[in-house]
Write a protein that binds this ligand. Structure first.
Ligand SMILES: O=P(O)(O)OC[C@H]1O[C@H](O[C@H]2O[C@H](CO)[C@@H](O)[C@H](O)[C@H]2O)[C@H](O)[C@@H](O)[C@@H]1O
Ligand SMILES: O=c1ccn([C@@H]2O[C@H](COP(=O)(O)OP(=O)(O)O)[C@@H](O)[C@H]2O)c(=O)[nH]1
Length: 936
């Protein structure tokens, strides 16, 4: 099998384009137009269009037999055993389907299908041991398997648990071989692990919580006590899945992880190999963040899922809940595209699943199915048939359905012998006590209703505790008048889709719970009900049974159209193509993110230089991080900014090094800096450099004195108003600015409030004042016009050079900070090719003193010297401006800065996108860096 990597894919695209052009198929010149495709959507649409053209081109070529090819094996899992109910249908059906869709489908080496590793807890077949090395494989029941069986576009391998304990080597080997024939790869989990991982953590904790059912009531104490061991088993099982994937992974494969059983898998896979393309799809609902918050492992689970490149859900609501949980619980940023963490985006989107509708349509033509239809019609002749098909699971609302049917019978005696409810309740998770209890409960209700409304010859409910073979199921769907789906919560519910697919002639009615994901796609044609409202469901049954044919037809047609166009094939194709796009996009994004600072390199250069300048931010640079995931903050204590305790020693050493000048340049008030750095031999610049504390510990004003502050009162009113209405937000009144901070507030609410506040500020009383409104990650700041760190640095530098009486150029600059974009002008200030724009102070350059004078340095172009001039102004003190400078007659030939290109390290801390040359993740990394520099 040919493997594809990105460059292969590109060259294939190029090759394909050539062929398309040769064959007179008109396609825009992708490479020319791509240069002007500015938005993501534009680019994706273009790529889709291209893919489609290629696909239809391939289909044409293949059906014309133009390319030498071999017939591809059916991708679908089929069983050789007689017990498999769908064998004939799958073998014939899939093959037929391929012929219909692709002409004669062949394998072209260049256009080989993309390899897809589908990893799900359950394999599409479950194994039953028939002898030491003899296995019978049966198709597993459940929507996940049904949907994934429909995927034929990819070269698919399944990795999963075979649903059986195989302790011996002979058994494992023989089962592995049997499964290999079906392109399945087993993960062997022993009984104890299955008990803790599958029965315990998956089905006793995650499943009920994700379906809003709360923890099982009777044994909730035991559940809480065993939580940790179950969670450990869950992680262990996930790692075992990852290990099996690793064995079978080939470069370029897509790994598609499925469902709540495998939330840790994306993390395990990325730890093994960060280049694997990983998608994760949840088949259940993702609950409101308020539910997810109650889980002891809430953060770990979310973080593990976020390791995936693409995360998918059935509905937009579930996706929104997930993003909300990530912002509220992990404090990450939710964007329209997904969740961002340090510049890395995990894309989150809705991909509603579908069914392989052709498979059902074809099945209805099979003689076996026709026989079943005849048999059922004779059996239930004269009565309307209502149908329920569910796994016997509490989420399916089977007791509620039965009670609603009972109420209908109570209220409609005329229907007693004219309607029958067939309820197929497939046993599931039978080792979990809650499921055992549910079985008893359902039996009891069925018995009671049949006792109450049955006659000697008929009963109103036929209840089966077993699964049906596929043909029987199709026949049942086809003869049904009203399907009743009353899930209390359901990720999607494919039974409703299958019913619609089989109703082309009967056009029966679907009653569908509004809590099933399917309600969002089939809601227009179905009668939507709240399954908890038994009266409403009973009324819906009556309405459905009495519905006039034209209304039935309209409703059915609407849903039939949806089911036959939104198929499982389309679902898988869309997911995989989004995953491919996401990975390409992520690569594009990372090129805009500065690389991580190599501390070794910065250190090495530091050692080789003689006159170093370290410019350090304070907040989130030299302080302890406050919003580590799940860390409970004491907002009053943590609000006070404190120097990271591990920095005290190294920072003192750096400050006392005669070859090093250290400046802390912060937005904070002078008192905050004084308090933290009182006994350091350090330069302090407060309020973004408006105030400067010189070496002799005196504060001077660095930026012009004539800063107008007449706007403060009005802004203060606005800030007070929002602080009162936003719990845990606060504001700081500084000398030249005001900052409203919502980092401890609910993030989403904080953001909404900030938007509202900005509106007020922009349009309100200060709209004409000489101020700037600066938006931070979790703050809004109003400061005087022209105040930025970049504007302040020239004055600071001039003052330092003057006070220290520097005679040699600064040959090393490290500028590290969690600066707002507005303040990143400080990074560009030192760039050799990008002298900063003139600042208010720079406009007042006086005659240079102190040994520096303006002149031209020819070396600039050769060595990329940083050329900056100093000046003194009687009003504003020292300033330095960009330009070409050398020292005066006493120091001819030298620049103020001589960074040799490489000796400049601007570094953004905890920022995703930045104009800085490098980045560091957090203040912890800054601590490590400064410790290293101080060690020598
Ligand atoms: O494997 P089991 O524990 O026996 O459970 C069967 C499957 O149940 C769940 O199905 C879900 O997936 C369907 C397709 O997306 C969806 O329509 C339905 O609403 C879900 O409940 C479960 O999520 C699967 O993992 C199980 O295999
Ligand atoms: O006797 C049965 C009953 C049901 N199913 C299949 O089980 C799946 C149920 O999927 P659904 O999404 O409705 O719910 P889930 O069981 O996955 O929660 C459907 O594809 C049904 O065709 C089956 O194969 N045999």
């Amino acid at each position: 099998m040919q493997k594809l990597n990105s460059s292969d894919e590109i060259s294939i695209l190029e090759h394909d384009l050539d062929e398309l052009k040769k064959s007179n198929i008109i396609v825009d010149d992708y490479y020319n137009t791509s240069t002007i495709l500015r938005t993501r959507l534009e680019r994706l649409l273009k790529e889709r269009e291209l893919r489609r053209s290629l696909k239809s081109y391939n289909e044409d070529v293949h059906s014309n037999g133009a390319i030498d090819s071999n017939i591809v094996d059916a991708q679908i899992i089929t069983s050789k055993t007689e017990t498999l109910p769908t064998e004939e249908e799958l073998v014939n059906g899939v093959a037929a389907n391929k012929v219909v869709r692709n002409g004669c489908e062949r394998q072209d080496r260049r256009h080989s299908k993309q390899r897809l590793l589908v990893v799900a807890n359950r394999l599409p077949v479950s194994a039953v041991r028939k002898g030491e090395a003899c296995w019978q494989l049966e198709v597993s029941v459940g929507g996940l398997v049904s949907a994934l069986l429909g995927i034929t576009e990819f070269e698919t391998r399944w990795v999963g648990w075979a649903g059986v304990n195989v302790p011996d080597e002979i058994g494992r080997k023989s089962l592995t071989e049997s499964l290999a024939a079906k392109r399945c790869i087993p993960v062997f989990l022993d009984e104890d692990l299955v008990h803790l991982y599958y029965n315990g953590y998956c089905n006793n904790i995650l499943w009920p919580l994700f379906h809003y059912l709360g923890l099982p009531h009777e044994d909730w104490l035991a559940t809480i006590c065993s939580f940790q061991s179950q969670f450990d088993a869950y992680k262990k099982a996930n790692q075992m899945f990852a290990d099996v994937v690793k064995e079978h992974y080939q470069e370029g494969d897509i790994v598609w992880c499925h469902d709540y059983h495998l939330m840790f898998l994306p993390k395990c896979l990325k730890e093994q190999n960060s280049n694997i393309k990983v998608g994760w799809f949840l088949h259940t609902p993702f609950p409101s963040s308020e539910i997810h918050r109650t889980m002891p492992s809430r953060s770990e689970l979310l973080t593990a899922v976020l390791a995936a490149d693409l995360v998918g859900f059935h509905t937009y609501d579930y996706a929104r809940h997930f993003v909300s949980a990530c912002t509220r619980i992990l404090g990450l940023e939710g964007t329209p595209d997904g969740v961002e963490d340090q510049g890395r985006l995990t894309r989150v989107a809705a991909f509603p699943i579908g069914i392989d509708s052709d498979r059902f349509l074809r099945a209805l033509q099979l003689p076996q199915v026709k026989n079943y239809i005849k048999e059922f019609e004779e059996r239930f002749g004269g009565r309307k048939v209502m149908l329920g098909v569910d796994r016997l699971d509490m989420i399916k609302g089977i007791p509620q359905k039965l009670l609603a049917f009972e109420k209908f019978l109570e209220e409609n005696p005329n229907w007693h012998d004219k309607v029958v409810l067939l309820q197929i309740a497939v046993p599931t998770r039978t080792d979990v006590p809650e499921y055992q209890k549910l079985t008893c409960q359902v039996h009891e209700i069925v018995g009671r209703i049949n006792g109450r409304f049955g006659t000697l010859t008929t009963v109103p409910i036929h209840h089966l505790d077993r699964s049906l073979d596929f043909h029987a199921l199709c026949a049942l769907y086809a003869i049904t008048d009203v399907a009743l789906v009353t899930s209390l919560r359901d990720g999607m519910n494919l039974v409703s889709y299958e019913f619609v697919a089989c109703q082309a002639s009967k056009k029966g009615v679907l009653i569908l719970s509004e809590f099933a994901g399917a309600a969002q796609s089939l809601g227009a044609g179905a009668i939507l009900v709240n399954p908890w409202n038994v009266t409403e469901v009973a009324a819906a049954i009556s309405y459905a049974l009495n519905m006039p044919p034209d209304e039935r037809e309209k409703r059915h047609n609407h849903n039939f159209m949806h089911v036959t166009t939104h198929t499982s094939q389309a679902w898988a194709e869309t997911f995989v193509s989004e995953l491919n796009d996401t990975v390409v996009e992520a690569q594009l994004r990372t090129t805009q993110i500065p690389p991580v600072l190599q501390t070794e390199h910065a250190h090495d250069r530091y050692l080789r230089s003689n006159n170093r300048l370290l410019i350090l931010g304070f907040n989130a640079t030299l302080t302890e991080p406050v919003n580590a995931p799940d860390k409970r903050v004491d907002q009053f204590k943590d609000r006070e900014l404190k120097l990271h305790p591990e920095l005290e020693e190294p920072l003192k050493r750096l400050c006392n090094d005669p070859k090093t000048t250290v400046v802390v340049l912060s937005g904070s008030h002078r008192s905050v800096l004084d308090k933290n750095f009182d006994d350091y031999n350090i330069w302090l610049a407060a309020e973004h450099g408006v105030f400067l504390r010189t070496a002799n510990k005196k504060w001077i004003q660095n930026l012009p004195e004539n800063i107008h502050m007449d706007w403060v009162e009005s802004v203060k009113h606005v800030f007070e108003y929002f602080t009162e209405r936003t719990p845990r937000s606060y504001f700081e009144l500084r000398e030249t600015s005001l900052v409203w901070n919502y980092k401890y507030a609910d993030i989403e609410f904080g953001r909404l409030q900030a938007k509202d506040m900005l509106q007020h500020l922009w349009t309100g009383p200060i709209s004409n004042a000489s101020v700037e409104v600066v938006q931070g990650g979790r703050s809004v700041e109003v400061r005087a016009n022209g105040v930025t760190k970049g504007a302040a640095i020239s004055g600071i530098l001039g003052q330092i050079i003057h006070d220290k009486d520097m005679k040699t150029p600064i040959d090393y600059v490290l500028c590290v900070g969690h600066f707002l974009p507005k303040d990143e002008d400080i990074c560009t200030f030192f760039e050799p090719e990008l002298p900063s724009a003139p600042t208010p102070t720079q406009s007042s350059i006086g005659s240079p003193t102190n040994g520096f004078s303006s002149s031209h340095s020819e070396e600039r172009t050769r060595t990329k010297k940083h050329s900056v001039s100093t000046s003194f102004d009687s009003d504003n003190g020292w300033s330095i401006s960009g330009g070409n400078v050398t020292m005066d007659s006493t120091n001819k030939g030298s620049s103020v800065l001589d960074l040799q290109g490489d000796n400049y390290f601007s570094c953004a801390v905890g920022r995703k996108q930045s104009t800085a040359r490098y980045s560091l993740g957090s203040s912890a990394d800054v601590v490590a860096l400064l410790k290293k520099l101080a060690a020598d």
